[in-house]
Ligand binder design. Structure first.
Ligand code: GTP
Ligand code: MG
Length: 202
């Protein structure tokens, strides 16, 4: 696994010709932490993590070499998207977010799916729902990952999961509870990513 490059402006090129899986969600939801956990890089993180929301303001590409998911032979990119909905971000940053992320998602022929992260402790925000609908409209395969599962008691977690399944109208295999802290959900998510990567596109 290695850092492959960042896109900071809407006209910048993707740093390589590989299939991609992108991670979206509001600022501070745990995107960078999840990527580090997936890559087994919790002690020496590759994606920057911060308690201050708005840490990731570029589209960052991490090149993953093969063996991360069991069935996958070719390398691919994990794409860390900047978080949305950070109220205290400067206007200029917020104004940049939409075009940058939308252009990337809409134009990337090699994008195999988007993993949308939702904080498990709270109902999805209106921006979460907008993003979810947008992805459905442009027919990008979506997985929803519920983050920070370790912060809930197990009964409560199960209840939140059931509620979200219902409100988003998702089949069970498209919704995964996850904890970057404990690693819960990691294997399930890797299998699901494998499924996205294996899907034929024509
Ligand atoms: P931006 O880059 O600002 O969009 O944020 P992000 O979505 O990349 O979030 P990040 O991974 O930086 O995590 C934000 C905060 O949440 C950090 O303090 C993390 O340690 C914490 N965090 C992330 N995932 C988990 C989790 O699964 N469990 C717990 N307990 N804390 C988490
Ligand atoms: Mg981040």
């Amino acid at each position: 696994m290695e850092f492959a490059g960042a896109i900071a402006g809407p006209n910048r090129q993707v740093p390589g010709d590989l299939v991609q899986i992108a991670f979206a969600g509001r600022s501070n939801v745990g995107k960078s932490s999840l990527i580090n956990r997936l890559l087994g890089r919790t002690r020496t993180p590759v994606a920057r993590v911060s308690a201050t929301p708005g840490k990731t303001q570029e589209i960052n590409f991490y090149r993953v070499n093969a063996e991360l998911t069991s069935g996958r032979a070719a390398p691919f990119f994990l794409v860390d998207l900047p978080g949305y909905g950070y109220a205290r971000a400067p206007d200029a940053v917020r104004a940049r977010w939409g075009p940058l992320v939308e252009r990337y998602i809409a134009d990337s022929e090699k994008l195999r799916g988007v993993v949308q992260l939702v904080d498990m402790r709270h109902p999805p925000t209106s921006l979460d729902l907008q993003m979810f609908e947008y992805l459905g409209e442009i027919e990008v395969p979506v997985l929803v990952v519920l983050t920070k599962a370790d912060k809930l008691k197990s009964g409560e977690a199960a209840r939140r999961e059931a509620d979200l399944k219902k409100s988003l109208g998702l089949p069970p295999e498209q919704l995964i509870a996850f904890s970057a802290k404990t690693g819960a959900g990691r294997d399930t998510l890797l299998d699901a990513l494998d499924g996205l990567l294996a899907e034929e596109t024509s």
